[in-house]
Design a protein around this ligand. Structure first.
Ligand code: FMN
Length: 202
């Protein structure tokens, strides 16, 4: 297994919490994405990058993509934390938007297709094939303000604008979480990723 780095990029603490749990299970070092460099990562054999989803974008994903050519030979995985990440379509959209597209986009929240028409670079193909886990996050309306509050207000309006029969169970869950707050974080979620870190071959 060798030396493990668990890097997190979050804003309200849940991504850090998952990263801490992973470190406890695997003996890894906890690193904050903003304080990390490709050079620092050379000291590790296994690198796990975890980012929170904010408006469809995984925080610091561009930073991770910059490091990637210098860590590509190592054992690398990603985890993603969000309120709306449990179904496969959603996961596929997040992968496309974050691993394959360069520009920021609010599109997926409005359920438009996030497909890419370009030929993928070798690096994009490699990143999009990395093992990737999705963990349920938390949201406390009392803690957000400014642009974050505005953004969540827009998502809420968009969901409220959908016809009742078009609302999926996951939409209803998201709407309730935005209105009342919710904490779906669970330590047991990390088990398959910890197992991969401890036992999988590169
Ligand atoms: C401004 C904002 C935008 C968000 N956008 C999304 C989103 O697009 N998809 C999603 O699944 N969760 C979204 N969330 C929920 C967060 O991903 C969730 O609260 C996560 O636990 C935050 O991680 P953190 O505590 O590490 O910041 C959003 C939260 C905020 C505050």
């Amino acid at each position: 297994m060798g030396k493990v780095a668990v890097i997190y990029a979050g804003k309200y603490g849940t991504t850090k919490q998952y990263a801490q749990w992973i470190c406890e299970e695997t003996g890894g070092d906890l690193l904050q994405a903003k304080a990390c460099s490709a050079q620092m990562l050379q000291a590790y054999d296994c690198i796990v990058f975890g980012g929170a989803v904010h408006a469809g974008r995984i925080l610091c994903i561009d930073r991770f993509k910059k490091w990637y050519p210098e860590i590509a030979e190592k054992k690398v995985a990603v985890f993603v934390v969000g309120l709306h990440v449990e179904d496969e379509t959603q996961q596929q959209e997040l992968r496309e938007l974050n691993f394959l597209k360069a520009e920021s986009s609010f599109k997926m929240l409005f359920r438009k297709t996030a497909g890419s028409t370009r030929n993928l670079s070798e690096m994009e193909t490699a990143i999009s094939s990395l093992p990737c886990w999705f963990f349920p996050g938390a949201y406390d309306p009392a803690k957000v303000s400014g642009t974050d509050k505005m953004m969540m207000g827009m998502v809420k309006k968009m969901l409220e604008g959908k016809a009742a029969d078009a609302l999926q169970a996951s939409d209803r869950k998201l709407l309730a979480a935005i209105e009342n707050g919710a904490d779906f974080t669970e330590r047991s979620q990390i088990a398959p990723l910890a197992d991969w870190i401890l036992h999988a071959e590169k």
